[in-house]
Design a protein around this ligand. Structure first.
Ligand SMILES: [Fe+2]
Length: 282
């Protein structure tokens, strides 16, 4: 895989940007070919075997022979460990799309999250991702100037637990319910304080392999069970605009990005830990 140029045919139109601003999400055309995705999946498996070709461990990982095969596999910062996954996480087309959607001059990597939702073997098992807003986990950032690009490694629909979005929820502020690990998604919905005049609806994001969905850091999203018989693999590339600063909020101090700022409250997240995907030409 060698993508150094922006694939301009994949960039959002003005209408697409308006859709994102209104709904809080947008889905790109196919960006990654099947050949690229096959290679990415091979490298995903290397990471699960603990083979870190770049010589650095991810922040956290799921390891073959050690961790629960029925659980959702979540690896934070796989780009530290593997060159192919690093190239994916820093893809320039993904960066250029994020810049357009966020109306930003620069887009940097916040962190990546390699995901693997195993096929459910019995009704008792579940590897749901509960309804959540990413920004609730990123309180070390001052403002929600962040966006996630979710790369589908397979065709995805409700049968293999595709992502689902709550349209307009990025306009609702931080809500009382947000838990990535919660398995009972129906009770989460019942408890959610939806603002007056708004309605909680959910939209399944059905995509072809190689398409990328984008959602704002305040957009509520989650995903259900994978009943397809095959694993569902993806990468969530969490991105920030270049002016994102460290808040120093106590609630955000547990995040590894806060730790790497080492007390520099009010400063931008800048340096090798947060590589640039896109910078506008001046
Ligand atoms: Fe998320």
């Amino acid at each position: 895989m060698s993508q150094t140029a922006i694939r301009s045919a994949c960039l959002p139109s003005g209408q697409d940007v308006s859709f994102f601003e209104e709904k809080g999400y947008w889905v790109s055309p196919v960006i990654f070919s099947n050949e690229e995705l096959e290679r990415i999946k091979e490298h995903q498996d290397m990471v699960y075997r603990g083979q870190y070709e770049l010589g650095r461990e991810p922040v956290c990982n799921w390891l073959e022979g050690q961790d629960n095969p029925a659980a959702l596999r979540k690896t934070d910062n796989s780009h530290w460990a593997d060159g192919t996954l690093r190239q994916l996480a820093l893809d320039p087309t993904v960066g250029a799309i994020a810049a357009k959607l966020m109306n930003a001059d620069a887009i940097k990597l916040w962190h990546d999250q390699l995901l693997y939702k195993p096929a459910r073997k019995s009704a008792k098992e579940s590897a749901n991702v509960g309804w959540h807003q990413d920004f609730s986990y990123w309180q070390c950032a001052q403002e929600p100037t962040l966006i996630t690009a979710w790369v589908a490694f397979h065709d995805v629909d409700l049968s293999n637990g595709c992502m689902q979005m709550v349209p307009r929820s990025h306009k609702w502020g931080l809500l009382n319910v947000s838990d990535f690990f919660e398995q009972n998604m129906d009770s989460q919905k019942d408890q959610m304080d939806v603002p007056d005049g708004e309605e909680l609806t959910t939209v399944p994001i059905i995509m072809k392999a190689g398409q990328v969905s984008f959602h704002h850091a305040l957009t509520i999203h989650g995903s259900g069970a994978n009943t397809s018989g095959e694993p569902r693999r993806s990468m969530a590339i969490h991105l920030m605009t270049g002016d994102t600063v460290y808040s120093g909020r106590p609630r955000g101090e547990g995040h590894f990005n806060a730790k790497m700022m080492a007390g520099r409250v009010g400063e931008r997240f800048e340096g090798d830990a947060w590589p640039t995907l896109f910078a506008a030409k001046s």
